[in-house]
Design a protein around this ligand. Structure first.
Ligand code: AMP
Length: 397
């Protein structure tokens, strides 16, 4: 990576302003999933152990540009204190006198969390005056919020114009290293597995990956648009009628490239979109009118898994079926298990954020793959080949 990192700077007695992604689920004032906080601990520990003053800033939810107690980061400060083992102080605002006072009272090796950045509309509008105010709180800027790096907001992009150096934290570095190596210099064979609901959300990913992978596997709801484009009966399966031509052109394009393009050969169909619907395993050519494809079938699992186990680098984004329903989670579970086995055999396995991360965590296999991205939208944009503004804005080495 050609960007400066937290290892390139002296942190002692510095006000280190860190953009973290503490956008975590909270219920009844308690954080219910601390993954994102835990993932940023190495960066925070590095700052405090070297005698820097860690000033953390984050967004939480969508408070619509004004303070809303529902979206306060105070419960996160409490949870971060427990995880860090020292008190994470809290400022009721991320700018103005409140923030300045809290920053000025920090001692070396202490940590402070500022209130939700999105209580100010200027954060998402990337307003210069707001970015300048944020920047005035620190001597050094660290971005550890990979999950927000695809947004050019004041705390991820605007701020870097007013505070130098702007460096990557450990989590940011880890995400970029895994995803970057996979796309730029993968150990081959390189397989990408794409699933999820719609083709439309993943067109750019398909088009970018087509030029990089050896094998592209498509599962989930998005496969049915391809089946329909091939002339199959798909019943009530999820189909994007306005994407049929696109699916056809993708099918032609992959034929012209020397890559393997695998669609499911069988699927689990249901007579209703619910967990206890009647279900049947059928060949793709035998989907019944009125029924809908909910999961990949056993033959597809076998073919996909064999391909996964032959690969040295695997990127997975999007579930193979409606994994939220127990009866249609098998395909996603089996693919997750194959990824875990491939990892054990030495492959590099990367799970994109969002639903595939949720799925692998649900199956308890998140520690059995090389890397689970903390950023759904950000990892998707990275896989699309886009430059993430929050990364581009960091200081070059
Ligand atoms: P995405 O956000 O595009 O990755 O889509 C994830 C969603 O796709 C999950 O909520 C899954 O339930 C859904 N999904 C996967 N396969 C199917 C399918 N065959 N039919 C309908 N929805 C699906």
């Amino acid at each position: 990576m050609n960007k400066m990192t937290i290892d390139d700077i002296n942190l002692k007695s510095k006000n280190v302003l860190v953009r973290v992604d503490f956008n975590v689920p909270i219920e009844n004032g308690l954080v219910t999933d601390s993954t994102r906080i835990i993932e940023s601990l190495p960066t925070i520990k590095k700052i405090i152990s070297e005698g820097g003053r860690a000033i953390l800033m984050s967004h939480l939810g969508r408070p619509k540009g004004k303070p809303d107690p529902k979206y306060s980061l105070l419960p996160v400060a409490k949870r971060a204190s427990e995880l860090l083992g020292i008190e994470v102080k809290f400022a009721n605002d991320c700018i103005g006198e409140v923030a300045k006072k809290a920053v000025n009272s920090l001692k070396d090796g202490e940590c402070l969390l500022l209130e939700n950045l999105r209580f100010h509309p200027e954060e998402e509008e990337n307003k210069e005056a707001f970015a300048r105010e944020l920047a005035s709180l620190g001597d050094i800027y660290v971005n550890d919020a990979f999950g927000s790096a695809h947004r050019a907001h004041a705390s991820t992009e605007g701020i870097t114009k007013f505070i130098k150096p702007a460096v990557a934290g450990y989590l940011m570095q880890k995400e970029l290293n895994y995803l970057g190596k996979a796309l730029e210099n993968p150990d081959r064979p390189f397989t990408a597995i794409l699933g999820g609901a719609k083709v439309s959300g993943k067109i750019d990913v398909i088009q970018n990956l087509m030029n990089k992978v050896d094998t592209l596997i498509i599962g989930g709801g998005m496969a049915y648009t391809f089946f329909k484009a091939q002339g199959f009966e798909v019943g009530n399966s999820l189909v994007e009628s306005d994407k049929l031509d696109l699916a056809k052109s993708i099918l032609t394009e992959v034929k012209n490239k020397r890559i393997k393009f695998l669609l499911p050969v069988d699927c689990v169909i249901a007579d209703e979109f619910k967990d206890d619907a009647h279900k049947e395993v059928v060949k793709i050519s035998a989907i019944k009118p009125g029924w809908q494809g909910m999961d990949i079938g056993p033959e597809s699992i076998k073919i996909f898994s064999e391909e996964i186990l032959k690969s040295k680098t695997i990127v997975w984004n999007g579930p193979m079926g409606v994994f939220e329903m127990e009866n249609f989670a098998v395909g996603t579970y089996e693919i997750a298990k194959s990824l875990a086995l491939a990892t054990k055999n030495g492959a590099i396995t990367i799970v994109g954020g969002g639903d595939s991360a949720a799925a692998i965590t649900k199956f308890g296999l998140e520690k059995s793959v090389s890397h689970v991205s903390t950023g759904g939208g950000a990892s998707l944009e990275f896989l699309e080949g886009k430059v993430l503004p929050g990364v581009a804005a960091l200081t070059n080495k």
